[in-house]
Structure formats: structure tokens, C-alpha cells
Design a protein around this ligand. Structure first.
Ligand code: FAD
Length: 403
């Protein structure tokens, strides 16, 4: 059997590793458009951006792993078409790659801003090693950096840049930071932390244009302000790469639709990672996630099923963000919560925020409290019902609250 993996990112690397673990005896082909072996992206806005990590350490596996596994690597190869009838992919280099089973691991791409000036030199997006190399070349102490978007990537860049001695301003359309993923309590905490580090914020503010001739010089806001800028980083979210799947007639909504076995609407085609819309039994709905944990677990699930197992994906989503000396770990999804509990003291910079719905724990945001994160994740998976007052008592371990 010949398995072809389209896209060579984090999930793709794990598909190869998991096929190996299952002693898959067929052929494996990995085709991706980037020039690099599959790599992990989280350090791109953290240690790698700060220059504290080499590119080789980003790789999911070294080159020798793929060679020893007999995996055929086609890097710098863009898939342009899936011919389902012929069970064949076409690439921008004119080659055709036949498959028995296809895994779409196409990830996502940055959401581009359609305003004047985004093509100017020193305007950056952040998704890939190449992007970071461009940003790092411009990241000089004393320069004025304007970040558009106060999501986790924007704030991680702000933390690295402040520590590198840049003057940092963050412009955000919403009225609070990280509003898509955390509650107002956590947003306030992070806004204060960044402000204490010298970051300036313009919240509830859009960007209408970037000004400059030879390079970016200003960021023009919806409030009419022209913020001086020596460089700009745009962190405006991502868009899942679904176009290939749509063109091939697969079911696509806000992601390539897969079942809990990671199979698409074509039983010979699986999809994994950021590009999928998948069912989650714990939350009883379809999710599209942008997280390493999801990419890895879906990759393991698809590989197991290709190898003849009957494996269903059922996971509590989790995620993390590093900013300064703060480790934020998020488990579960807080959307729709009706009660929120703060456990511990934010002033000590080690606390957690627990979210309940109808008396059940549905999510946690843990800041410098890995134990709360681990124990709450288990309670969320168990769909535990625990009274808010008990959760708030930091003297009692969360694991001891399970009934
Ligand atoms: P990707 O890693 O994006 O890989 C997809 C690959 O497919 C890419 O190389 C792409 O170029 C390629 N591709 C797409 N279309 C084609 C085509 N037509 N032909 C060939 N190749 C194609 N997650 C966390 O859990 N914690 C974090 O702290 C965290 N931090 C992050 C920081 C940054 C800066 C970024 C960008 C992401 C971060 N994430 C984090 C998200 C995480 O990295 C993603 O969820 C993960 O990379 C998804 O893996 P994937 O394999 O689905 O997609």
C-alpha cells in the first residue's frame, strides 16, 4: 500500500512516526511546499524568535529518521490538484503522485490584511521559519515595533521584542487581549503584565492603512492616529487550507470535514491537524482547532486507522502560550460558560481560572500552575460536577475534589 501525505508540517511528521510505530510495511511519500523537514511552530514566536534555539531543534524528526524509515521526501513541492478518480496528486513541478491512501495535513495560513501598505518592506506575518528569519533581521533594540492583533502570537512577539529592547505598541480591534481564547479576567491580567513591561496598547482600535514609501513608517488607526513604526508584525489569525479538498469535491465547511477516525467524505482520504473540522464527543460539537496537541493526536488516529485499527479520536483540547516568565496552559473550551472561579491569587502570578457550565467543569486557564492544569484536564475529560466554592479552595488539590 502507498500512503501519501500532502503537506509536511507538524501533523505530517507525526503521521510518518506513527506509521513507523505501527510497523507499516508499505510505501510512504511526504510532499510539502516548504523547504524544511516537518517542524514544530510554537517556538517560532517564542525561543526561536528570541534567538535562543537553532532551526534543527524545531524539526519533529531528523533527516536520518525519514531515510531510515524509507520515506520518500518531496520538499518544495506544492500539491495543486487531487484527482480522486485516478487516486493521484498533481504538483507544481508537473509530477503525478499516485496513492492508495491520502492524508491531507495541509495546516493553515496567515489571514492577510487587505489594507494599503502591507506589501512595504519591514511588514511581517508569522507562520514559518522563513517569516521568523525576516522578522529577526529587523528586530533591533530601540526600534519601534507595532503589532497588529493581540492574540497569543501577537503577545508572544511583544514579550520577545520587549526583552530585546524594542519599543512595542499593540493595536487590537477587540476591547481586550486574547479575547478569542480567554475570559476577561485573564485578559486583564495579561494586559497589566504587558503594560508593566512597557508595552503600549490601543484596544478597540482597527488599522486602516500602513504608511511609508521605501519601508513602513506609520500605522494608521481607525481612531485617526498615525503610530510611528520601524517595523510591523501582523497577527490577525489564520485560515485553514481547504481549497484543494473543496476542488476535489470533499465535504468542506470551516475546515475539511472528517469523522472521529479522521476520515474525510472519501474513505481513502484522511485529514489531520489545523485544516480539519472534526467531531468532539466531550463537547458534543464540531471543532476546528489550531493546536499542536490536536495535530499530533489526529495524526496518530489517522495512522492507526490506515494500519487497520479501529481508533477514534476523543480528546480534551489543550494549548499553551509563553509570555515573559508566564506559562499559560489552557485545557478545554470555555465558550458558553455560565460560572467562572479564580483559584489562587493573581497577585502571586500563579493561579487558575476555571470555567463551569451547568455545574460541570468545561475548561481551565492555568497560569504558572501546571498541577492545576493537569488535574483540571482530567476532571474535564471525566465531565466532573464540582461546586464552585470547592474549586476555589486552593488548599485542596483539584484531583481530591472528584466525586
Ligand atoms: P502546519 O504545521 O501548518 O503544516 C502544514 C504544512 O502544509 C505547511 O508546511 C504548509 O506549507 C503545507 N502545505 C499547505 N498547502 C500545501 C500544498 N498545497 N502543497 C504542499 N504543501 C502544502 N500551538 C500550540 O498548541 N501551542 C503553541 O504555543 C503554539 N504556538 C504557535 C506559534 C506560532 C507562531 C504558530 C504559527 C502556531 C502556533 N501553534 C501553537 C499552532 C500549531 O503550530 C499548529 O496548530 C500546528 O502547526 C498545526 O500542524 P499542521 O501539521 O496541521 O499544520
Amino acid at each position: 500500500m502507498r500512503v501519501v501525505i500532502a503537506g509536511a508540517g507538524h501533523a505530517a511528521g507525526q503521521v510518518v512516526a506513527s506509521l513507523q510505530q505501527h510497523k507499516f510495511a508499505g510505501q510512504v511519500v511526504l510532499a510539502g511546499e516548504e523547504a524544511y523537514l516537518p517542524y514544530q511552530r510554537p517556538p517560532l514566536s517564542k525561543k526561536f524568535l528570541a534567538g535562543e534555539m537553532d532551526a534543527e531543534r524545531l524539526y519533529v524528526k531528523p533527516a536520518s529518521f525519514y531515510a531510515n524509515a524509507g520515506t520518500e521526501l518531496l520538499l518544495e513541492t506544492r500539491i495543486t490538484d487531487i484527482d480522486r478518480a485516478a487516486k493521484c496528486l498533481r504538483t507544481d513541478t508537473g509530477t503525478e503522485i499516485e496513492y492508495d491512501k491520502l492524508v491531507l495535513a495541509l495546516g493553515s495560513r496567515v489571514r492577510r490584511l487587505h489594507i494599503e501598505g502591507t506589501e512595504l518592506p519591514r511588514v511581517h506575518y508569522l507562520r514559518s521559519i522563513d517569516h521568523v528569519e525576516g522578522i529577526r533581521a529587523d528586530l533591533e533594540p530601540g526600534r519601534r515595533l507595532v503589532i497588529i492583533g493581540a492574540g497569543y502570537i501577537g503577545l508572544e512577539v511583544a514579550a520577545v521584542a520587549r526583552q530585546a529592547g524594542l519599543d512595542v505598541t499593540v493595536v487590537e480591534m477587540a476591547d481586550r487581549v486574547m479575547s478569542r481564547v480567554v475570559s476577561p479576567e485573564i485578559s486583564d491580567f495579561y494586559e497589566i503584565e504587558h503594560t508593566n513591561q512597557g508595552v503600549k496598547f490601543r484596544l478597540s482600535t482597527g488599522v486602516t492603512a500602513l504608511g511609508g514609501k521605501k519601508r513602513v513608517k506609520t500605522v494608521v488607526t481607525s481612531a485617526g492616529e498615525e503610530i510611528p513604526a520601524d517595523l510591523v508584525v501582523i497577527g490577525a489569525g489564520i485560515v485553514p487550507n481547504t481549497e484543494l479538498a473543496s476542488a476535489a469535491g470533499l465535504d468542506v465547511e470551516d475546515g475539511i470535514v472528517v469523522d472521529d477516525h479522521c476520515a474525510s467524505s472519501d474513505p481513502d482520504i484522511y485529514a489531520v491537524g489545523d485544516c480539519t473540522l472534526h467531531p468532539n464527543a466531550i463537547y458534543g460539537r464540531q471543532l476546528r482547532l489550531e493546536s499542536v496537541h490536536n495535530a499530533l493526536e489526529q495524526a496518530k488516529t489517522a495512522a492507526a486507522n490506515i494500519c487497520g485499527q479501529d481508533t477514534a479520536y476523543c480528546q480534551v483540547p489543550w494549548f499553551w502560550s509563553d509570555q515573559y516568565d508566564l506559562k499559560l496552559q489552557i485545557a478545554g473550551l470555555s465558550a458558553g460558560y455560565d460560572e467562572v472561579v479564580i483559584r489562587g491569587d493573581p497577585a502571586e502570578r500563579s493561579f487558575s481560572c476555571l470555567y463551569l457550565r451547568d455545574g460541570r467543569l468545561i475548561a481551565v486557564d492555568a497560569i504558572n500552575t501546571p498541577r492545576d492544569f493537569m488535574q483540571a484536564k482530567k476532571l474535564i475529560a471525566d465531565r466532573a460536577e464540582i461546586a464552585a466554592e470547592r474549586l476555589a479552595d486552593a488548599a485542596v488539590a483539584l484531583k481530591d475534589l472528584a466525586v
